[in-house]
Design a binder for this molecule. Structure first.
Ligand SMILES: Cc1cc2nc3c(=O)[nH]c(=O)nc-3n(C[C@H](O)[C@H](O)[C@H](O)COP(=O)(O)O)c2cc1C
Length: 222
């Protein structure tokens, strides 16, 4: 049932995106002339709403993300801006519990304390679907490409009710622990590509509060 519903959703979204992306005349962006106008834009703008409401999710319902929905998320990912359109990324989606639980066992062996937490289900912050993202170290902007790809995936997912958590920790483990090597090999990245980070995805089972941000690091230069 879910699959059919999501297939329709996928077609609708892809159709919608295609219409938006292929319309002949470029849309003129509204110019905010004063703060008030900008505030009104913030309140009604879906993109801004998605960006501002997104949180990292670390508790998920057990079902993996429907693959049709994942397809839309990936479509949004690969449409991210990227240096010279080199698309210097490779992405592998894993929603196979054997893989996720198998590598988690390796992780638990090396970090027995991690599994003491009663909420611990797997090393990917308990997510049922994981996107592994590798970059081409031979291109100096490839990490930027991969970051932008991931943020597109994260935001498009959130806009469809899918939670996520960007993860560096598990990748550090996978890249350095010899017992994890068979799993890294199974991901099958091309020669020369290196696993950079992963993103946990799933249907959220928590609503965490926003973490505080600081403006101290941001300045206009006159
Ligand atoms: C490069 C990167 C690596 C991250 N690695 C981890 C991680 O290993 N484990 C984790 O739980 N969260 C990880 N996060 C998520 C951050 O902790 C989270 O984005 C940050 O605390 C801000 O919270 P928010 O995403 O809810 O706004 C990572 C995020 C980024 C961008």
């Amino acid at each position: 049932m879910q699959s059919t519903t999501f297939r329709k959703l996928a077609l609708l979204c892809i159709g919608g995106m295609a219409t938006a992306f292929t319309s002949c005349t470029p849309q003129t962006q509204p110019q905010a002339e004063n703060g008030c106008e900008a505030e009104q834009t913030c309140e009604s703008n879906k993109v801004i709403e998605t960006i501002m409401s997104r949180r990292s999710i670390r508790k998920y319902k057990p079902a993996p993300v429907n693959r049709d929905t994942m397809q839309i998320i990936l479509e949004c990912g690969i449409n991210a801006p990227n240096g010279m359109n080199k698309q210097s990324w490779e992405v592998r989606i894993v929603d196979n519990p054997e893989f996720i639980d198998g590598i988690t066992e390796v992780y638990k062996k090396a970090n027995p304390k991690a599994a003491e937490d009663p909420s611990f289900k797997n090393m990917f912050r308990n997510a049922p679907t994981v996107a592994f993202i590798a970059h081409d170290p031979g291109y100096d902007c490839s990490q930027i490409d991969c970051g932008l790809l991931g943020e597109n995936m994260i935001l498009s997912a959130w806009s469809m009710g899918i939670g996520s958590c960007c993860l560096g920790g598990p990748v550090r483990f996978i890249n350095t622990n010899p017992d994890a090597a068979p799993y890294l090999q199974k991901l099958g990245f091309s020669e020369g590509y290196r696993l950079l980070y992963c993103i946990a995805f799933g249907y959220p089972d928590e609503t965490p509060a926003a973490k505080k941000r600081t403006w101290d690091k941001v300045k206009y230069v006159e």
